[in-house]
Ligand binder design. Sequence first.
Ligand code: ADP
Length: 640
Amino acid sequence: MSQVELPFRELVEAAPDGMIVCDHTGAILLVNAEASRMFGYTREELIGNRIDMLVPAAVRGHHGSHVASFTTAPRLRPMGSGLDLHGARKDGTEFPVEISLSPIQTSHGLMITAGIRDISERRHLEDEKRKATAYLTSAVDVIQDTFALFDERDRLVMVNSAGRQLFGRTFGSSIIGLPFATVLEQALGAGAFDFSNETRASFLERWLAYHRDPKGTLDVRTGTGRYLRVTERRTAEHGTVAMVTDVTDDVQHAEELGAAREVAEAASAAKSEFLSSMSHELRTPLNAILGFAQLLERDRKNPLDTRQLDRLKHVLRGGEHLLRLIDDVLDLSKIEAGGIAISVEPVGLETVLAEVVSTLEPMATRAQIRIAPAKLADDTPRVLADRTRLSQILMNFGSNAIKYGKQDGNVSFRVAARGRLLRITVVDDGIGIPESKRDKIFEPFQRAGQEAGPIEGTGIGLTISKRLAELMHGAVGFTSSEGQGSSFWIDIPIVQQVAPAATVTAPRTMTAEVATDGARHLVVYVEDNPSNIAFMRDLIEDLPGIELITAPTAEIGLELIRGRLPRLVIMDINLPGMSGFDAVAQLRGWPETRAIPVIGLSAAALVQDRKRAKDAGFDRYLTKPVKVAELTETLAELLA
Ligand code: ADP
């Protein structure tokens, strides 16, 4: 045997794989170092033993017959093709192997050479790869949204269960490998999508166009009425990944929100409408109460005695209080509902403060309080504010300072810049506010203990002031010391660009008398309410030089105005038939009546009502209840 071994030995030894040579009975003749290392036996332990010892115990019994069948038809082939082969080490552990067998005829008979390769490492890598793929596949599969991947030739390579549900329900076999267009067309044919508001062709084209150039998202609906959002993106390998998300809940949520907003807006509009008409309804009777009370107070022909005048003052005060309450509540609800328009513009404080002080002066005089306007430095900047609303706030602070002031006290206004804001402070030396009441003072209807006292108030003024200041990007605050006085301030943004200082204009001095040049002025009053007509008659009677004629409807009024061409028209807005707005529009259309001044008179006191009146062509718009002084001043001005 040793003679024949030699040529083998070197060849076998040089092989990189494990090599074992057996005789036809399976007895081991030759083993190389790699085979000995692989199985953990020394060569001596192997040579002369049967090859079966290297086969796992479980299959060892059949191995003899395999050897026998190989030796009857020997040829070069891999062993156990299609089977997972394992080798058994000396320590009993097993490892996967690949074996190729080759027969060799020698002078000693048939011998079998087995090339053995340990494939543990390869198996391990394959297992890892398989596991990774399985992880990915099951991860994609558990996503509730559709996930599909198309390769660079636009063929489906991967789709999860949701995607199969959506696209592949009608495909008998797998849809993997099908082109995108086919998958989509088939799904369309199976009724997966709803294209009822377009044609099938346009739906298909819409999606295919998106697929060709996927930007943003594509929204579609399923045949079962669900809303889907498709997002496709190109992969680095020029494939396409498509994700389809069910957004039905979002869409429904958005629809519900939209519907809720509509309801809320309608409710808010209804509330506005209600407040407007409520205020109108409340103001109309107040008009008669306050109007006639004022006339009684001013009656020169039959003057009231002191006792009567005293009682009348209560009527007037009560009426005025009620009116303020209505106005405040209305104002506050408008602000709360976000329904007031604030228009900020550069405002010079000199004029505003002068007007506020002159308006408050009569009240201060009655209360025996001195009120002084601010001494403004020449370089006092202008503020960015809604002029009317800023005045309203300052009026509120100022009237409170008087109301809660002490007899013989002082109220003053101070102005100082604080960075980008200008602070206007109203200082009084009045009763002050108890410390325990200070935190709630800007809340509605909080009167800081005054509710039981004799000073009239609604407790809304400061709330409105605060809200208005905030709407103008400002703020309000105060300091107070009980028994010593209070200082209420508003900070308001300064106009940033350099602007020329506003000119100081003195407040208009009001004259309650209608100046006449001896001629009589004809005034037409269009009004349907008899008590209002009676009031106006009484009022005008006191004014020399005016002749009043009245008309109960706009239609009759227009006839009268065209026929008589009066110097001035006073027009109610809510009239039976044609409204005051339409009537004034007609007057503005005719050349002969175009220039006649028209005063609108209405119980509607909202900001938008005033704006509408201005747009309609009224020269002035006064609200009921009529303030006698205001009306006579307006008449004087327009007749002059
Ligand atoms: P009111 O109509 O009661 O005056 P406001 O909202 O204007 O309502 O003010 C709320 C409360 O704050 C007042 O009732 C009063 O107690 C207190 N207050 C406001 N300004 C002053 C002030 N200058 N001095 C003392 N108390 C004041």
